[in-house]
Design a protein around this ligand. Structure first.
Ligand code: GDP
Length: 448
């Protein structure tokens, strides 16, 4: 098999990140378990984009953005929402919760009172309904000590229902009697599950109808045919950013199954979840952190524990490594080159963005996991199942740089050991790092 390592060499081509988006359609996606800092990267790139699209996921994860207006955790809103003149699209592949979206927009308006939401919600996106959230919580409770660590935003029941062809599409809330009929049929079955499997009270479908009617006036101002809109924008050569949620290792096909999310987090799905031809996507930026972090359950080979973890957690992110949606402490550890190389391959990444290099400033030596030891053998390809459960990290130690680098804006001004760290990761992953972030704020970027 041709190794990705063949694709770059010591002098991997570097680009100025503040220059134009090189290609018209760019996907920004996670190489790891999520929380890689995609929100910040998309917010930066959105300054130069015409359209930003969310193509999968719902209110179960958050993208943190720190900009001139303040700090925001965006859950359903695309990260281009603060870009002037940028059209923001919630694509058909997302899980749309109208109630939560209205609240999220209210939170933004509270901080930015004259906020103009340049938002289009695709008419074909399916709706998250209150029973999805109930079922999510009931199922986690049923699983007892085998819980997935769900954010209880209803995402797994939502996507299950979508793929058994029973969910309600956004445009259907304008269908009056037809909607009532669809809801009646849906709740005949949902109630069997609620009452018999979970011993929970049934839901009256007319209450759900009234609930949807409550959000109709808010929702209708944003509904559009984003499929037609995006095709037109693409044909006109507009710059389009496709924004992924979570990361490759949470993809239901490629990730650490069953500790995955229920929609595809890989850039290949952007074509479906946004509605563009696969060949329209000509640049895929996989975002990774300079260390590892992970929210939720599942194998996490480089996980640190106790004081070692607490130290890194405290120094990570913008105010420690705590979930943007749940506030849960994130699991943390050193950079995992085995997982990141695999994650970048799943994404079909053409380049990498690395965030959080500033966080490593306290370490005298920086460990990087370069292989997994499984039953006495060293693996460099990401394993599955029991092999992954048994994997132990094999570390290479790199010298630390031991100084605050958040003020540095040019790669050449970084301490030599920080530069070496970046080059080492590029070689390990087999892709050039074209964007290096050294702090949570928008302008904390190192020009490469
Ligand atoms: P996303 O879901 O991929 O957008 O990631 P999150 O927003 O959930 O988590 C990323 C965290 O890292 C947030 O707290 C960001 O503010 C923070 N962050 C992003 N880039 C950097 C960086 O370069 N340095 C530091 N210290 N924090 C960063």
């Amino acid at each position: 098999m041709l190794s990705l390592l063949c694709l770059i060499n010591e002098t991997a081509e570097r680009v100025d990140i503040m220059s134009e988006i090189k290609d018209n359609v760019m996907a920004i996606v996670g190489a790891n378990w999520g929380d890689e800092g995609k929100g910040k990267i998309t917010d930066i790139k959105a300054q130069m984009a015409d359209v930003v699209v969310r193509f999968q996921g719902g209110s179960n994860a958050g993208h943190t953005i720190l900009n001139e207006y303040g700090k925001f955790a965006l859950h359903q809103l695309p990260s281009g929402i603060f870009g002037r003149g940028v059209v923001n699209v919630i694509g058909n592949g997302c899980a749309l919760n109208l109630e939560y979206l209205e609240k999220e927009m209210g939170t933004v308006t509270y901080i930015v009172p004259d906020m103009q939401f340049n938002l289009m919600i695709d008419q074909r996106v399916s709706l998250v309904l209150p029973h999805h959230i109930m079922l999510d919580a009931l199922e986690e409770e049923r699983r007892g000590d085998r819980q997935f660590g769900s954010t209880k935003a209803g995402i797994a029941p939502f996507y299950s229902e979508k793929y058994i062809k029973e969910s309600i599409q956004f445009s259907e809330i304008f269908d009056g009697e037809r909607l009532k009929e669809r809801l009646k049929h849906l709740y005949d079955k949902v109630n069997l599950t609620l009452e018999h499997l979970y011993k929970a009270p049934a839901v009256d479908y007319m209450d759900v109808y009234d609930y949807l009617m409550k959000y109709k006036p808010f929702a209708e101002q944003y509904m559009g045919d984003s499929f037609a809109f995006l095709h037109k924008a693409w044909k006109e050569g507009k710059k389009i950013l496709l924004e992924g949620q979570l990361g490759a290792l949470r993809d239901p096909s490629f990730g650490i199954y069953p500790y995955v999310t229920s929609s595809h987090t890989v850039a290949g799905f952007a074509s479906v979840g946004a509605g563009l031809p696969p060949y329209a996507i000509n640049c895929i930026m996989a975002v990774t952190k300079a260390y590892s972090s992970c929210v939720g359950a599942g194998p996490f080979v480089t996980e640190w524990f106790d004081e070692q973890a607490e130290e890194l957690r405290k120094r990570g992110g913008d105010a420690g490594e705590y979930g943007a949606t749940t506030g849960r402490p994130r699991r943390v550890g050193p950079f995992d080159a085995v997982a990141t190389r695999y994650g970048a391959m799943c994404q079909g990444a053409t380049e990498l963005a690395m965030t959080g290099i500033d966080v490593l400033a306290y370490m005298s030596e920086i460990p990087v996991c370069v292989a997994y030891e499984v039953d006495g053998k060293h693996l460099t390809d990401f394993p599955t199942g029991a092999q992954l459960d048994r994997a132990k990290p094999v570390y290479e130690m790199l010298p630390g740089f031991k100084e605050d680098i958040r003020h540095i804006r040019n790669f050449d001004d970084l301490p030599e050991n920080a530069k070496n760290y970046v080059r080492f990761i590029e070689k390990q992953v087999g892709l050039p790092i074209t964007l290096l972030s050294n702090g949570p704020k928008r302008d904390e970027i190192v020009n490469l």
